[in-house]
Design a protein around this ligand. Structure first.
Ligand SMILES: [Zn+2]
Length: 321
């Protein structure tokens, strides 16, 4: 099996250092295994995606020295693919047309909440559209019972009760595909073998797994890595100072130092030193040498010590502008 991984940012903002770290792990993993690293820009949010951010993401990777083997794919140019996949699922019976209005669906959820159950679509149109000829969305038929289990390489087995998974909408009434469906179709089309991404995506995983199954694709291996945390252990955000990769560049940081710092976040300094990890640069790095996301990265990665180290190395008193 040839390893194929993807990093899939949205161009709704700058490349964040958390995203850069996830991208690095994908890239290291592909390099170690002689595999393929793919950049896929998820640019279907028409309201918030911009060309400026798209260019800025490419620029950030160029600065960091991360070269993608296949790139960049853009979801906005792949709409026909998603529609064709939905048609195949309709034909196979794995998906169905639903004519319920948003108000009707909200009323179903309200009834479920009142009965103390998980709010979800009640399956009215599973046997056929309730209002033939009316505008319809396309839903994926989800199992009602049992569990969807995801074996995560870092978190171990994670189980999601199927009773809590909705018959998700895969095509909206206007014919546009939804986020989780695009992700799954792309992973299938790109023959992705390992999904390495931030653990904020864990909750999307069961829905994507149901899509892989419906599409007849063996599910990839998953590794959900913890977020970068601020020194106060809360999730890193703008209030902790600069978070975009290009902002660090503009402050005069070296790309090599940035890569070194990001790769080592979450490793204990002792483990890094013991493994001779004095400096990590793309191409020769012991994180890549380990061939996997190191176990030290299971925990949330504190940003404090490595940035202090960076400051020291770069002779700066203040990190933040
Ligand atoms: Zn319906």
């Amino acid at each position: 099996m040839s390893v194929r991984v993807r990093f899939a940012p949205s161009n709704t903002g700058h490349l964040h250092i958390g995203g850069a770290r996830t991208a690095l792990f994908n890239w290291f993993f592909a390099r170690h295994h002689g595999g393929t690293a793919i950049l896929r820009v998820e640019d279907t949010d028409r309201e918030r995606s911009t060309e400026e951010y798209y260019e800025a993401i490419l620029e950030a990777f160029e600065w960091l020295g991360i070269e993608w083997d296949e790139s960049p794919y853009r979801q906005s140019r792949r709409m026909e693919l998603y529609k064709a996949a939905a048609e195949r699922l309709l034909a196979s019976g794995a998906a169905y047309r639903c004519t319920c209005t948003p108000e009707e669906v909200e009323a179903m959820r309200e009834r479920a909440r009142a009965a103390g159950k998980t709010p979800r679509y009640d399956g009215t149109c599973r046997g056929g559209p309730a209002k033939p000829g009316a505008p319809f969305c396309v839903r994926l038929l989800a199992p009602d019972e049992g569990e969807t289990e995801v074996e995560d390489l870092l978190a171990g087995p994670v189980r999601f009760p199927n009773a809590e998974i909705d018959d998700m909408v895969i095509l909206r009434t206007d014919g546009t595909p939804t986020y989780n469906f695009c992700v799954a179709v792309d992973d299938v089309e790109m023959k992705i073998t390992h999904v390495i991404r931030g653990n904020d995506h864990l909750s999307n995983t069961p829905k994507q797994v149901l899509c892989y199954e419906a599409l007849g694709y063996p599910r990839p291996a998953f590794a959900h890595i913890p977020m970068i945390l601020g020194p106060d252990r809360s999730r890193l955000s703008k209030r902790h100072g600069a978070t975009s990769v290009l902002a660090f560049r503009d402050q005069g940081f070296l790309a090599e130092a940035m890569v070194n710092c990001l790769a080592r976040l979450g490793c204990s300094a002792r483990a890094c030193t013991a493994s001779g990890n004095g400096s990590i640069r793309p191409g020769h790095c012991s994180v890549a040498g380990a061939g996997a996301v190191p176990s030290g990265h299971r925990r949330g990665a504190g940003v404090g010590p490595p940035l202090a180290h960076l400051r020291e190395r770069l002779g700066r008193q203040e990190l933040h502008p």
